[in-house]
Design a protein around this ligand. Structure first.
Ligand SMILES: Cc1ncc(C[n+]2csc(CCOP(=O)(O)OP(=O)(O)O)c2C)c(N)n1
Length: 560
């Protein structure tokens, strides 16, 4: 039977479990929107294409399944770019569908034509321009496969309007072609097993080992295997920002997150370690700071599914390219039970010294508010952060209990991410609760999505920390630019709760110091709610590592 390209596209997505698309229409994507009217796939009409990409990203981070966003050609497509790059940096499986001008106009500077394939080439795993409706089903299957396999990431499919309007026969499923994408079969060979045994030997001999947990552990679904390894070998671990939540926070071996905005203890202990097992991390500059001075006493083993992450920044002494779950399952039986009492005592001593110095979590009343919100909300609440101080406060103070319980833009650090990503998270997990922690700057970047929240009555709770400033920029200016606050003051002229009310969303204002009533009101709300929290603009986060310095050169406060 003959179907249009649009029908074939949607049917293929549906066959692969896609339930929803976040998007925004235009003339060149209209055939697809038209076809959506008879598809079980639900389309969520966002207010900006960037937000559509972030919503699809939030959906994917919540479920582990691919998120799908869609825009028209030209400006619609270019508006997706920040969202695609955000997903790329954090390895989110995403399909970005873009309408395109008709094939005969390609390359002619036609109205609303842009070379979106060229523009997004460096920030996608792969991009497809479909020339013939007969290729559609197989290409979509291939795109889904690419987005989700190995190290996940975004794939873009550019769809000329005539191709999605054309008809061809379609029996409901087509085989993915193998021309572009060779399926990565992940089985360990003898060399790999040899590497595993070298890694276990080093680990077993080590007196002061530390595991660095990156985002790859969650992506591989290897959290239980990691917990088993940590407990069997009594091995303390630190996480990157993307690795937070891979093992429940309460676990006694968790030293917190490492790097520029990381925890004192985590940075100190990595510096003293004699062996590092790096799992699913690319050692970004946020993690290592000054590479030459990173973990000077340690030999390093790195395991990652993505060959390009190995040795990119830090040369490991041993490495293995492998799916992390498979690698940990192979490693676990070879790891000796070893109490490592001396090492763990030393860590406890450091912990006590840090506590005695009174550094706490370095987040002040904002951190206390985050903890109070968590106490007031149900156990299964997902926190979504924006970028800035609010992000660091949340990552430090939210006790992440499940691998997908904290969603944050780690690699790109994209302001404006939180509100739309929370929309995607809440749609993905209707039985869970979702709370956003944002700064005023980041909130203003995608606040038009309050209209989407209101239209679909999506019950997200939004906490906006209003310090009237771009807080993190202000802190950097305070510390490293002699308090010359160039262009970081937003001012307080906007009545944020009134803005929320204008969008039809209940809201309240509170102080960071006395938030109880506001939190109560927010938690009692059935639908969406915005709580504006007034914060002193001089509330910063400590310790912090100055640019270009090592992880041991932390600044602890204003007087340093
Ligand atoms: C899209 C984008 N533009 C600029 C930046 C640079 N930047 C990082 S943090 C920050 C300040 C964030 O201010 P705000 O949203 O008010 O949050 P706060 O730090 O006060 O919590 C800026 C401008 C960014 N990360 N993303």
């Amino acid at each position: 039977m003959e179907h249009t390209g649009a029908d074939i596209l949607l049917k293929t997505l549906e066959n692969h479990g896609v339930e929803c698309i976040f998007g925004y229409p235009g003339a060149n994507s209209l055939p697809i929107h038209d076809s959506l009217m008879k598809s079980p796939i639900r389309h969520y009409l966002m207010r900006h294409e960037q937000a559509a990409a972030h919503a699809a990203d939030g959906y994917a981070r919540t479920t582990g399944r691919v998120g799908v966003c869609m825009a028209t050609s030209g400006p619609g497509a270019t508006n997706l770019v920040t969202g695609i790059a955000t997903a790329f940096m954090d390895s989110t499986p995403l399909i970005a569908l873009t309408g395109q001008v008709t094939s005969n106009l390609l390359g002619s500077d036609a109205f609303q034509e842009t070379d979106i394939i060229g523009i997004t080439m460096p920030i996608t795993k792969h991009s497809f321009l479909i020339h013939d409706v007969k290729d559609l089903a197989a290409t979509v299957q291939e795109a889904l496969e690419i987005a989700q396999s190995g190290r996940p990431g975004p794939v873009l499919i550019d769809l000329p309007r005539d191709v999605v309007a054309a008809r061809c026969s379609f029996n409901g499923s087509e085989e993915a072609s193998e021309t572009v994408w060779k399926k990565q079969e992940q089985t360990m060979d003898r060399d790999d097993l040899k590497r595993i045994s070298q890694i276990s030997d080093s680990l077993n001999k080590s007196e002061r080992p530390v595991i660095i947990v990156g985002g790859g552990i969650k992506l591989a679904g290897a959290c239980l295997e990691l917990t088993a390894l940590v407990e069997k070998g009594h091995i303390p671990f630190v996480t990157t920002m993307m690795g937070v939540g891979s093992v429940a926070s309460g676990n006694g071996y968790n030293l917190g997150f490492i790097g520029t905005h990381g925890r004192d203890l985590a940075n100190r202990i990595v510096h003293q370690s004699d062996f590092i097992l790096a799992l699913g991390t690319r050692f970004s500059d946020r993690t290592t700071s000054k590479v030459e001075e990173f973990a000077p006493l340690a030999s390093i083993a790195q395991i990652d599914v993505d060959a390009t992450s190995i040795g990119k920044i830090i040369k490991p002494d041993i490495f293995l390219i492998s799916d992390l779950r498979e690698a940990l399952n192979a490693l676990l039986p070879l790891v000796e039970e070893k109490k490592r009492e001396e090492w763990l005592c030393r860590i406890d001593r450091e912990r006590n010294i840090i506590q005695d110095k009174g550094n706490g979590d370095g987040c002040g009343p904002a951190g206390d508010l985050i903890k109070a919100v968590q106490n007031a909300m149900p156990e299964n609440t997902i926190a979504v952060t924006d970028v800035g101080l609010n992000q660091i406060w949340t990552v430090r103070c939210w006790r992440t209990r499940t691998p997908r319980g904290l969603i944050t833009s780690g690699g790109m650090g994209t302001m404006g991410f939180s509100v739309p990503a929370a929309i995607g998270a809440q749609i993905a997990a209707p039985d869970q609760h979702v709370v956003v922690f944002s700064g005023d700057g980041g909130f203003f970047m995608n606040m038009q999505e309050l209209a989407t929240i209101s239209t679909y009555n999506i019950p997200v709770k939004i906490v906006v920390f209003n310090n009237g400033n771009l807080g993190m920029i202000r802190q950097i200016q305070h510390l490293f630019y002699d308090s010359r606050f160039a262009d970081s003051e937003l001012g307080n002229r906007v009545n944020i709760p009134a803005v929320a009310k204008g969008f039809g969303i209940a809201s309240a204002r509170t102080d960071a110091e006395n938030p109880e009533e506001g939190i109560r009101e927010m938690c009692a709300a059935q639908g969406p709610f915005l709580l504006e929290v007034m914060v002193d603009p001089d509330t910063y986060v400590f310790p912090i590592i100055p640019p270009g310095r090592s992880n041991m050169e932390m600044i602890y406060g204003r007087s340093d």
